[in-house]
Design a protein around this ligand. Structure first.
Ligand SMILES: [Zn+2]
Length: 203
């Protein structure tokens, strides 16, 4: 009688299932990682587990720009080296890493934590747009750089923001040149991103 494949031990199975929930990790990779961790010295796996827990326990969102941070406000918002007249609007915190890596931008950021997507039921109130407009009303900003992704959601969000910001008398630019349609900022290379920043055009 065929009883089907015998599953891995309960704890191993559970680890595989959890790893499988991570982005980009399919069932095969999850299995490989689980067995890798099983062979790894306990001390090393403890460091990994502690690192995962501490990002959840120690990291919060900056109360000003909503970047991930372990100090509030974040280092960029607190820095006196940054140009406070510019705010670059991004979808995700990891986009800031990509832009900082180019070293050509020295202004502030604002993280939306998503993009408007009517098809997925994400509206303007589901991302940090209200908070951005509040920041802009302080009057010290004279350029907003829209650095949302160049896919449909990113473009829709940029257009929506443009309409909202224009009446405030603030220059709105779009980081687009050199970025092919469909680009997710975090995966763009330095040269492309630098070009896109330097070649930004008024909306
Ligand atoms: Zn901040």
């Amino acid at each position: 009688m065929n009883q089907g494949p015998i599953p891995a031990a309960e704890a191993v199975n559970k680890l595989i299932q959890e790893l499988n929930k991570l982005p980009g990790i399919g069932p095969k990779s999850a299995q490989r990682l689980a067995y890798y961790l099983l062979r790894t010295p306990e001390e090393q796996t403890r460091l990994l587990a502690e690192a995962i827990l501490s990002v959840k326990q120690e990291i919060t969102l900056c109360s000003v720009c909503f970047n991930v941070t372990d100090s509030a406000p974040c280092l960029i918002c607190r820095s006196d080296q940054r140009d406070r007249s510019q705010i670059c609007v991004v979808e995700q915190p990891q986009d800031i890493l990509a832009l900082e890596h180019t070293r050509v931008y020295h202004g502030l950021y604002h993280v939306l934590h998503g993009a408007i997507s009517p098809t997925e039921g994400v509206g303007a109130d589901d991302v940090r747009i209200k908070e951005l407009i509040n920041r802009l009303q302080s009057g010290s900003v004279n350029e907003v750089i829209l650095a949302t992704n160049t896919n449909l959601e990113g473009e829709q969000t940029a257009m929506y923001l443009h309409r909202l910001i224009l009446p405030l008398g603030i220059k709105v630019t779009r980081l687009a040149q050199g970025l092919p349609f469909g680009t997710e900022l975090e995966y763009a290379d330095d040269v492309t991103l630098t070009r896109a920043l330097e070649g930004r055009q008024e909306f």
